[in-house]
Write a protein that binds this ligand. Structure first.
Ligand code: AMP
Length: 118
């Protein structure tokens, strides 16, 4: 069940950590797609959005509020940014420890690329 993100949270693996509190840890994505690309991760292990329970509602709120604070610190709050949570195969999830992508610092284009079959 343990992923690289659990090791980053515990300090066993290196990361460029930009924020940490009792609920979440945030660090820069190792393969950024924009000038700001930060991952906000719950300290508690949750694999995917599908595994969230009602008791996790406040934790999800903490993730979003941490992203809001980091967007302001990164200086991208006014021009805007995108928050993304990928889930499972079609969502493009690669690391199975829930995480919120905070992406910004350039125009991000359409939310999802249209396919000819859409
Ligand atoms: P997802 O596709 O939503 O599961 O996103 C996983 C993200 O984690 C990708 O954007 C990766 O670049 C990022 N990532 C994987 N390993 C690390 C790591 N050790 N430190 C920082 N980011 C990572």
């Amino acid at each position: 069940m343990s992923t690289i993100f659990s090791k980053i949270i515990s300090g066993e693996a290196p990361a460029d950590i930009v924020y940490k509190d009792e609920h979440v840890t945030a660090f820069r994505d190792i393969n950024p797609v924009a000038p700001t690309h930060i991952l906000v991760v719950p300290n508690k292990f949750i694999s995917t959005v599908n595994d969230l329970e009602q008791e996790d509602a406040a934790l999800v709120g903490q993730m979003v509020l941490a992203a809001k604070k980091l967007a302001a610190e990164e200086g991208i709050a006014e021009q805007g940014y995108r928050l993304i949570i990928n889930c499972n195969r079609d969502g493009g999830q690669v690391v199975f420890h829930l995480h919120l992508h905070l992406i910004g610092g350039r125009p991000l284009g359409p939310m999802v690329r249209r396919l000819k079959t859409d």
